[in-house]
Design a protein around this ligand. Structure first.
Ligand code: 7PJ
Length: 277
């Protein structure tokens, strides 16, 4: 059994889990920052938990292509009160979507259970902060940086390059004292990838799952869904569910989504069918 301990709360990662997205950015990807006051954040958190989310992913830095960077202080001010308030009120794993060492350290003290870093702990000091925090880490692949990542979309083999990058980050984590059984891998849909790259990566989810680490997929409402369907952000739910279903059947187990209930229900059916002999 693949049980992972997230800051005191154990989850069986042989089962599917939904991670609900909680953006505390005023310029976030798709919900326009509609949940940036503490009360609204807590309301949205309660809703996502009641719908079956195992994780609440709190993010204060927008990684939207071209988004302006924010200061460490600004990120701390956005994220930490939300982490603290959620942990005071709810029994859920709080994931912090951050690349900033001090946010990792302080969130861990406030009870966060997972560090979710789109920069795979590459920022100065991040790997040591994560090792000190002692929490599981999701390592995501990104080519370039949010400001420029959609400008240079050249890979020889996107699957091989993303896999090699993630395994190199696994090795770096082990050197820094983060045990491999605390690591989760994510190919990073939309982070420096064309539509074809994203589709190829998703069709090779099984290759990542076979590396022996839990795989997390974040594709909810992303541009690639819109590109395939010609759909605006508010019309990407069914496409997101179909793509997530494909990755579940290839072994992905954590699904980072905006729409918790539809995904929990979809995954419940997928799981029940799969386990029947
Ligand atoms: C991801 C993420 C993702 C992980 C964002 C958005 C962009 N973290 N944070 N994986 N995407 N692990 O939600 O559209 O794909 S922010």
């Amino acid at each position: 059994m693949s049980v992972m301990n997230f800051g005191g709360r154990s989850l069986d990662l042989s089962l599917p889990h939904v991670m609900g997205i909680l953006n505390v950015t005023p310029d976030s990807f798709s919900d326009g920052g509609s949940y940036n006051s503490l009360d609204l954040a807590l309301q949205q958190t309660g809703k996502m938990i009641s719908e079956g989310a195992s994780f609440i992913d709190v993010g204060g830095e927008s990684t939207r292509p071209g988004a302006t960077p924010i200061s460490v202080q600004e990120e701390m001010d956005r994220v930490l009160p939300v982490v603290e308030a959620i942990k005071q009120r709810f029994d859920v794993v709080v994931s912090v979507d951050t690349s900033t060492p001090s946010v990792m350290t302080c969130s861990a003290r406030l009870g966060a259970g997972l560090i979710n870093d789109v920069r795979a702990l590459e920022r100065e000091g991040a790997i040591d902060a994560a090792a000190q925090a002692g929490l599981p880490v999701c390592l995501m692949h990104m080519k370039g940086s949010p400001g420029t990542m959609q400008n240079d979309l050249v890979y020889d083999s996107v699957v091989d390059e993303v896999a090699a990058y993630l395994m190199a980050r696994v090795a770096a984590c082990e050197v820094a004292g983060i045990h491999r059984d605390k690591l989760i891998l994510d190919p990073g849909v939309g982070f420096g990838k064309s539509l074809e790259h994203n589709l190829t990566l998703l069709n090779h989810t099984v290759d990542f799952a076979r590396k022996g680490f839990p795989v997390l997929i974040g594709l909810s409402r992303k541009t690639m869904i819109g590109d395939v369907l010609g759909a605006s952000v508010e019309n990407r739910l069914y496409g997101s569910m179909g793509a997530n279903a494909s990755t579940y059947s290839q072994g992905a187990r954590i699904f980072r989504v905006h729409d918790v209930k539809p995904h929990v229900e979809m995954l419940e059916l997928m799981y029940r069918i799969e386990r029947e002999s």
